[in-house]
Design a protein. Structure first.
Lengths: 338, 357
């Protein structure tokens, strides 16, 4: 973590130099002199640290992707049992290495991440071999359930994010399979969005207790996924039917957006502006579609192609974006003053 | 808006003053554009531009058939946008909100203006020349409209025009031309290289480099190479040419960052470029990540890493490479990376042990 912080410090310094040059506070010669005074960056130690992490995680990701492609290729020269036992041996080897060498080391956490992917591959292989299906919701639920203890043991954000992705797919496939009059596309999306929103809240609470949940990457990804699903569901409620539907999807979106803003503002004196920016984008998207539907139905119902409606909506979008940007800039300044 | 310097800025200025690089008091600074704000303004500008386009289309029934109307309306929008963009930075508004609104309206007006002019040009001159005209106007506005987000969006229009021109000139097959990916990747590489020497007082290139990189990643995700070849030309340059062109960028990036005399990194780069030859998205993502780390850009680093991850998922569905072959190359690349990491860790440990008294 020390090297990461050191790189962020060099980032802050170089960004500051760029801003001074942009604002005219430094002339060209002074900017060059300042860069030389700060020395070469990143230095050899930082490069070594970066390449070490990069090679580890990219190597693991490529191995995981390679294993999945290999299973899907269904290579005829390997017998049924060789495949099954081979896959099991790989999973056991990765987990045994993690258990033997201790989970605090990064390489071992990466091995556990790989084991988690291989476990999914093994389940898919079983489904493929015994014709029970390689992409059913039961398979993904079992995968998530079996991998949960590893997620707790691994104590790394990347392992949790992988587990969340598996759980999301399981939920999506379940909703897709169940179907029915209530669980249509709109409400399925809403369900996944609410699930991710709950996980976001859980992640934020866990951050105060366990270091692996620190940092903003995980919560931002979760908020992006939650808002994407909830916004799509709310938009679908406006345009998916003959007339806009004030149903569960719209309510879920409204409540989630309000809860998200309230939570972020109360959580810290300096809330995560990236999360708030995503929320504003979601508000702009959903409100534009709803305004279009409502106004074309109730205000411009006699016009075939209402030019004024388009103009009004454009002004509304610009107004919302301006208000959002102004609000976020004020928070930026408050942080800079602190 | 000018703001007082932060404690971190004061400390940096003091260090530079002590080193003799600067003199005087620490300067105040203007508001920057953090990535989340850039995302908000960019997305809303595109939505507003689409709605304004709807407005013009509803206002003029003959917009599609009469290029003169589209070009005139577009030119007026662009002129208004440029006027506003040139006015706002120099003026203090009673309420800051008004300045922000005018600036965002100007960006949306510029976008819709370029769209309208593009429609007119396509009608007048045909597709290829029309797109070339759009690209030229986007580049001109990039130079004149001195606002970071405006420049990025003009860069995006230029990039889309380049893709369209590649499609128009490449008449074999259908879908997105495979030539578009290497063209954009090379342009992005050149633009990021140039940004190392960019002078922010003249013409910053990083917004253009961002636009080229993002659209190149999208090309890698969505450009279906398998749609192009027929059975008889599966081994022709149409497949290998673009892939080799993208693969070359990795050794070039390492050469730029480490120098040509560093033989080991260069050999590694060449080896990995060959291993990932048939997965151009990996070569592109790694190139962006290395560039980002060297040039202190965390957002670009995240984009490069995420882009590589998303590409690996997408690669599974890319039908031009058989699954078994994919798995071999992916596993070879993964194992080679892990082996190199293992060797480097051992060497570093031994060196550290040797340094100890």
């Amino acid at each position: 973590m020390g090297d990461w912080r050191r790189w962020r410090e060099t980032v802050a310094e170089r960004t500051q130099l760029r801003e001074w040059r942009r604002d005219g506070a430094l002339d060209a010669a002074a900017a060059i002199a300042a860069r030389e005074a700060l020395g070469p960056a990143p230095d050899t130690a930082l490069w070594r640290w970066f390449l070490d992490r990069f090679a580890l995680w990219l190597g693991i990701a490529l191995c995981a992707a390679g294993a999945i492609c290999f299973i899907a290729a269904n290579w005829e020269h390997l017998g049924k049992f060789t495949r099954l036992y081979g896959m099991q041996a790989l999973v056991i080897a990765a987990v045994a290495a993690a258990a033997r060498l201790g989970l605090a080391r990064l390489g071992i956490q990466a091995a556990l991440w790989l084991a988690m992917v291989l476990l999914g591959g093994l389940l898919a292989l079983i489904g493929q071999t015994y014709q029970t299906g390689a992409d059913t919701w039961e398979l993904f639920t079992l995968w998530a359930a079996l991998a949960l203890p590893w997620a707790f043991a691994g104590r790394h954000a990347a392992i949790w994010l992988l587990w969340i992705a598996v759980a999301n797919i399981a939920l999506g496939l379940w909703a897709d399979t169940m179907g029915g009059p209530w669980l249509d596309d709109e409400n399925s999306l809403m369900l996944i969005g609410l699930f991710d929103f709950a996980l976001f809240l859980g992640w934020r609470f866990a951050a105060g207790r366990w270091p692996e949940f620190g940092g903003d990457g995980g919560p931002r990804l979760l908020v992006a996924a939650a808002l994407f699903c909830l916004s799509l569901a709310a938009i679908d409620a406006a345009i998916g039917q003959h007339s806009p539907r004030f149903g569960y999807a719209l309510c879920a979106w409204l409540v989630s957006v309000a809860a998200l803003i309230a939570f972020e503002l109360r959580r810290s004196r300096v809330p995560d502006r990236a999360v708030l920016a995503m929320t504003v984008i979601s508000m702009i998207g959903v409100s534009t579609v709803w305004l279009f539907q409502l106004m074309s139905r109730y205000v411009f119902e006699r016009h075939d192609e209402p030019a004024a409606l388009w103009l009004l909506l454009a002004v509304a979008v610009l107004g919302e974006a301006t208000a959002g940007a102004w609000w976020l800039r004020r928070m930026d300044r408050r942080e800079a003053d602190a | 808006m000018n703001l007082p310097a932060s404690p971190a800025a004061e400390s940096l200025w003091s260090r530079l003053r002590a080193a003799g690089a600067v003199s005087g008091d620490v300067p105040s600074h203007r508001d920057g554009l953090p990535w989340y704000l850039a995302g908000l303004i960019g997305v809303s500008a595109w939505i507003a531009a689409a709605l304004l386009f709807g407005f013009f289309a509803a206002l003029f029934d003959e917009l599609w058939k009469t290029p003169g109307i589209a070009v005139t309306a577009g030119a007026l929008c662009i002129a208004a946008a440029l006027g506003l963009l040139r006015t706002v930075p120099g003026r203090e508004f009673k309420r800051e909100f008004i300045g922000e609104f005018i600036e965002q309206s100007a960006i949306a007006l510029s976008l819709v203006g370029q769209l309208l002019v593009g429609v007119g040009f396509n009608e007048w001159f045909g597709n290829t020349a029309g797109w070339a005209g759009s690209a030229a106007i986007a580049l001109a506005l990039y130079g004149f409209g001195a606002q970071t987000m405006h420049r990025f969006l003009c860069g995006a229009i230029f990039t889309v025009a380049v893709v369209a021109i590649c499609n128009e000139l490449d008449t074999v097959g259908y879908g997105i031309s495979p030539v578009a990916l290497p063209v954009l990747a090379w342009l992005a590489f050149a633009a990021w290289w140039r940004t190392d020497h960019e002078d922010l007082r003249t013409l910053p290139l990083s917004p253009l480099a961002w636009a080229l990189s993002l659209v190149a990643l999208l090309m890698a995700f969505f450009g279906d190479l398998d749609l192009w070849p027929t059975a008889q030309d599966a081994t022709s340059w149409r497949i290998w040419g673009p892939q080799i062109a993208v693969a070359l960028l990795l050794p070039l990036t390492v050469w730029r960052l480490a120098g040509v005399r560093q033989l080991l990194p260069m050999l590694c780069a060449v080896a990995f470029a060959l291993i990932w030859l048939r997965a151009p998205g990996v070569n592109l993502g790694v190139m962006l990540a290395l560039t980002a780390f060297a040039s202190h850009r965390p957002a670009l680093l995240a984009t490069g890493l995420l882009g590589t991850g998303v590409y690996l998922i997408r690669y599974y569905y890319q039908l031009d490479v058989p699954l078994l072959e994919k798995s071999q190359w992916l596993l070879l690349g993964g194992v080679a990376l892990l082996a190199i990491r293992f060797a480097l860790t051992r060497i570093a440990l031994r060196a550290d042990a040797g340094d100890r008294p």
